[in-house]
Design a protein around this ligand. Structure first.
Ligand code: HEM
Length: 147
């Protein structure tokens, strides 16, 4: 899927990468007692979840560019799985933050949220590396070089 010749998936992916990275740091800071960080974590995570959902839609459409079930498709499936799992980990962190105090002991909720965000960040890193392989190793989304 392209916009004026530019693939849309790579245009979108930077947003969840940045928002989730900020959120992961903020969740850890909140769990170590920095009160203001909890708000940053919630908003940054929420934005990351929305942009990641948009990136997933564009990524699923981009899957059509991969022919057959060879190595590129296997890497694409691993990339998709890692990013899907990252999404669920960050969603868990968000749910935990909203449960803090009301339905769950605050420190337990904060620790679980930080754990979920850290796991999500690790999955995001693995998924990003696999996404890079798709482009720079298999040339997915690359239309050709101008000399
Ligand atoms: C259903 C989920 C997803 C699928 C099927 C998918 C598929 C793809 C495909 C086919 C590529 C190579 C072609 C292209 O760049 O358009 C790619 C690259 C990439 N994807 Fe995804 N993706 C998904 C979700 C995500 C998410 C949620 C993120 C970020 C949080 C992400 C980050 C990346 C990155 C960083 C690259 C490398 C881009 C580059 O270096 O230019 N993907 N993905």
């Amino acid at each position: 899927m392209r916009l004026w010749g530019h693939p849309i998936h790579p245009m979108l992916v930077h947003f969840p990468v940045v928002f989730w990275t900020v959120a992961a740091v903020a969740y850890v800071a909140a769990a170590t007692g920095v009160e203001a960080a909890a708000t940053v974590a919630t908003f940054s995570n929420g934005a990351g979840l929305i942009f990641a959902m948009l990136a997933m839609i564009a990524g699923l459409i981009e899957l059509r560019a991969i022919a057959g079930d060879g190595d590129a498709m296997r890497v694409a499936i691993s990339h998709m799985t890692a990013m899907g799992a990252a999404w669920f980990c960050f969603m868990l962190a968000l749910v935990m933050a909203t449960a803090a105090g009301a339905r769950l002991d605050k420190s337990t909720a904060q620790l679980t949220g930080a754990g979920g965000a850290c796991a999500g960040f690790l999955l995001l890193s693995v998924g990003g590396w696999l996404g890079g392989r798709l482009v720079y190793e298999f040339g997915i989304g690359v239309t050709g070089r101008r000399k």
